[in-house]
Design a protein around this ligand. Structure first.
Ligand SMILES: CC(C)(COP(=O)(O)OP(=O)(O)OC[C@H]1O[C@@H](n2cnc3c(N)ncnc32)[C@H](O)[C@@H]1OP(=O)(O)O)[C@@H](O)C(=O)NCCC(=O)NCCS
Length: 108
């Protein structure tokens, strides 16, 4: 297990799937799979790598009986528009806005 994976699990309770070009952190709870982080190396972005990571987590979530994927985007973060484009193209819909935080859900 990588040190990052170990750290993230200890601190936030999320599991991490790592590949050579990025990683995705998630937590399955009852009908919902929350995606806490997703990262693709800058030189590999825009080539569906993020979608491949998300697909793998969606498959795991479905196998575990989940009905929804959820995630959040902080509008106060760095370049939120870039990640929002990818997240919305992937099929997430905005379900709530609290302050500068967007809450998004995708049906599985
Ligand atoms: C968000 C992130 C993981 C997306 O990864 P990615 O590999 O570039 O995403 P994909 O290529 O799978 O994107 C899916 C779709 O969005 C499009 N897309 C992705 N980034 C885009 C951008 N900046 N502008 C326009 N379209 C974009 C892709 O072309 C693709 O469209 P298509 O299905 O029509 O071909 C990546 O940009 C990243 O690591 N960002 C930094 C970390 C971050 O902000 N994480 C999210 C926190 S909420």
């Amino acid at each position: 297990m990588s040190i990052f994976k170990e750290y993230y699990h200890e601190k936030y309770g999320l599991k991490t799937l790592e590949s050579t070009y990025g990683f995705i952190c998630y937590n399955i709870k009852e009908e919902t799979c929350f995606i806490g982080e997703i990262f693709v190396k800058p030189e590999r972005r825009g080539d569906n790598r993020g979608s491949v990571l998300a697909d793998e987590i969606a498959n795991r979530a479905k196998e575990a009986g989940c009905k929804f994927l959820t995630c959040t985007v902080q509008l106060a973060g760095k370049e939120p528009e870039r990640s929002l484009v990818a997240i919305i193209k992937y099929g997430f819909k905005i379900t709530d806005v609290v302050g500068t935080g967007l809450y998004l859900t995708k049906e599985l």
